[in-house]
Design a protein around this ligand. Structure first.
Ligand code: F42
Length: 140
């Protein structure tokens, strides 16, 4: 990935991403005291690399991506980008890893959903506030 990834058009998300990039570590930010990690995704149509900060949901060195978008009625754009281009990078602290994202379902999703809500309890509220099932990817 040679081009510089695009920053979010959403102010608070862009500001959090800029803080991580300036510090070189995701430890530079949090959401209500909870950990954030920084993903880089590739646009489904544009092919552009984009930074996407998400909550840190991790087990045994595997990370999840929870497409909650604050309980909005539609999936975030990045959900479609990751479906189309599942190779992503994840930065946790100052470590950057390349992984392949797979959307999970059934018992596997239920397991990761429990971990997600433990890492960031507001996900439970987001689920109540939307009719869609919030997608969860696991990175391998
Ligand atoms: N969002 C979550 O969904 N889950 C989280 O756990 C989460 C945590 C979090 C923590 C810190 C933080 O700073 C932000 C956090 N967010 C979390 C917000 C997250 O980073 C995203 O901002 C949010 O999920 C919305 O994602 P989005 O991809 O819908 O964002 C929009 C605003 C956006 O960036 N749009 C871009 C744009 O330029 O408009 C992307 C455009 C795009 O993807 N284009 C596609 C392409 O090919 O390039 C084509 C799209 C098309 O079909 O036209």
């Amino acid at each position: 990935m040679s081009e510089t990834p695009e920053l979010s058009p959403t102010d608070w998300v862009r500001q959090q991403t800029e803080k991580i990039l300036a510090a070189g570590t995701t430890a530079a930010v949090d959401l209500d005291g909870m950990h954030v990690v920084l993903f880089t995704t590739i646009g489904a149509k544009s092919g552009k690399a984009r930074y996407v900060p998400l909550m840190r949901v991790e087990e045994d060195g595997k990370y999840a991506m929870v497409a909650s978008k604050g309980g909005a009625p539609s999936h975030p754009n990045w959900y479609h980008n990751v479906k189309a281009n599942p190779e992503v990078t994840v930065q946790d602290g100052d470590a950057v890893m390349t992984r392949t994202a797979r959307e999970v379902s059934g018992d596997e999703r239920a397991h990761w959903w429990t971990l997600a809500v433990a890492a960031f309890p507001p996900y439970a509220e987001y689920e109540k506030n939307t009719d869609r099932q919030i997608p969860v990817f696991v990175l391998e």
